[in-house]
Design a binder for this molecule. Structure first.
Ligand code: ADP
Ligand code: MG
Length: 254
């Protein structure tokens, strides 16, 4: 294991019935880096992510985060340890305001899940409210602060989810297809936002189909195909790798 690794995945295997979804996965995520995981549909990307966050148990192997094996821990315990996943399914509270939405994960982190009353306890939490305002400012949503979450656009909902992740000050942020279904304009805004976060040194794993997004953000890229990592390297190495081109794009230019 490299000494500056935040996350180390070792010898992870996962089968579903007869299907080998993950095959001997070994991966190091270095501190402060943005590591993209790309690969065709069905390659095992979501399975790998779900193993990391404790939603799926691997058949074998370990997931070491900050020096501790996460395998066997519950998703909320892994979240508490500082591994935060956003996107893919919008997990926001549609009837609450944006401000309340962002305050919830901060309150949950401080007081424990469900140990607070959303409406009663939020009024006096000035520290957390200020932090939530800051997170909303960060993602460009402060002007909708008091609007209900179901009134904002789809792209804004995804940025709201990002604010809910950021307020937890994650040690590792896992982004599952952050721009899926977004317009080009919204995609570019999200890229800018993720670049801004990157400058602060936050470690990120990003699963993404859109090569424009991947090459705009990644320091390192790993390519999954049929449950195996077929290549890992700097963006330029991956772009020029014939095996990757063949497996991923049927020979097209990346
Ligand atoms: P990706 O995210 O790269 O598109 P997935 O990780 O979702 O790929 O899926 C990898 C393979 O595992 C696919 O063949 C998929 O059908 C299968 N798979 C994923 N989740 C399950 C599950 N819960 N039960 C059975 N098969 C699954
Ligand atoms: Mg997937």
């Amino acid at each position: 294991m490299e000494s500056n690794s935040v996350l180390t995945i070792e010898d992870v295997n996962k089968t579903f019935g007869g299907l080998r979804a993950l095959s001997d996965i070994n991966l190091d995520i270095e501190e402060g880096k943005t590591h993209a995981i790309i690969g065709p549909n069905g390659a095992g990307k979501s399975t790998l992510l779900n193993v990391c966050i404790g939603r799926l148990a691997p058949d074998t192997g370990s997931v070491t985060f900050n020096g501790k094996n996460m395998v066997g821990l519950q998703p909320h315990e892994i979240n508490h340890a500082g591994m935060v996943r956003v996107f893919q399914t919008p997990e926001i509270f549609p009837d609450l305001t944006l401000l309340q939405n962002v305050m919830i994960p901060a309150l949950a982190k401080r007081d424990g899940m469900f140990c607070f009353n959303v409406f009663k306890d939020m009024r006096n939490q000035t520290d957390i409210r200020d932090e939530a305002d800051h997170a909303l400012e960060d993602v460009g949503l402060i002007k909708f602060r008091n609007n209900k979450a179901d009134t904002i656009s789809r792209g804004d909902k995804r940025r709201l989810e990002l604010a809910m992740g950021l307020i937890q000050h994650p040690k590792l942020l896992l982004l599952d297809e952050p721009t899926a279904g977004m317009s080009r304009h919204d995609t570019n805004r999200t890229i800018e936002l993720l670049q801004k976060i990157k400058e602060r040194g936050m470690t990120k794993v990003i699963i993404e189909h859109d090569m424009h997004v991947v090459f705009s953000l990644a320091d390192r890229i790993s390519v999954l195909a049929q449950g195996e990592i077929i290549a890992s390297g700097a963006p330029d190495e991956i772009r020029g790798n014939p095996i990757v081109k063949e497996a991923y794009l049927g020979g097209e230019e990346l």
